[in-house]
Write a protein that binds this ligand. Sequence first.
Ligand code: SAH
Ligand code: SF4
Length: 343
Amino acid sequence: MNVRDLIAKAEKRHVLERDEITVLLQGGDWDEELFAAADRVRRRYVGDAVHLRGLIEFSNICRRNCLYCGLRRDNRHLLRYRMDEDTIISLAIRAKEMGYRTVVLQSGEDEYFNVDRMTRIIRRLKALDFAVTLSIGEKSYAEYAAYREAGADRYLLRIETTDAALYARLDPGMDLAERINCLHNLKRLGYEVGTGSLIGLPGQSLASLADDILFFQALDADMIGTGPFIPNPDTPLGDAAGGSFELSRRMVALVRLLLPDANIPATTAMETIHPEGRILALKSGANVVMPNITEGEYRRLYALYPGKACADETPAHCRSGIEGKIAAIGRFVGKDYGFRHRI
Ligand code: SAH
Ligand code: SF4
């Protein structure tokens, strides 16, 4: 089948074989057609609304040691922080005033935030009438159940890569099967489940990225956040080549074509490596943005990777900037909670 036929098949039937996805990931003079097809599918299935989720990075302390990440425990060049409960809630109240309906609580795997503390925070956020998303790593079934019970609606846990050998190399002490198990547990508990992968990891092939997309399909993921790996000089992968913007954009488009009704963020990492990264992602299949609503010094200290877009701005500035850009491309900010609607 020629590439144009592949794009047409994906647009119409939302299925592609592994080697067909790989061909499209390679890129070529058909790229604009791929992006346009993804944009049409986005419009047909999830409409013109862009959902904004306010991201609170509440602790940069992590017990894990992922080779690519600036929060890894062996990074001694980072001043560590954790917010207290009232600080988290006051950021959420400000988010509410700015119009957010969802907050995303993200952190390293910080054991200080045990079930007791987390469930208290979740309950307080639910009392403020937020949809609550957690992104706090691998936990036991019982912990996920307790958070769900307390009212958490969604959970983000990227698979990072489905290549088992690569995963073992980059995430020492972690196990791909265990991460998959976590995702299944979250599904079973009725969370809206988000996953995703890093693009351009050292040693990652296009075929392995194709496997990632097939994995998202098999899981029936509700949200899929993908973005380039950006080398962080304070990590063992500081000298590696990062992921390219164009490959990341093709990945967003293919995810939209193959999971047509999913919520797909235009990620901060895409904005970091390209000045119009988020908007281009929104025009190639994405329909969600997660502006950072962390305030002050914390924004800089949550240093997964260098140069993070928006890190030096205030939350209000960051939101109004993105709102203007959304309007400029003929889209609008969603007014509801932005749950997935299956079609
Ligand atoms: N500790 C939690 C959540 C925080 S990390 C977890 O790991 O799930 C959130 C995401 O940041 C990770 O899933 C990873 O995909 C991304 N990330 C980490 N280091 C990165 C880097 N150098 N470049 C781009 N993204 C990175
Ligand atoms: Fe910790 Fe998440 Fe970074 Fe891994 S990716 S070191 S789990 S914060």
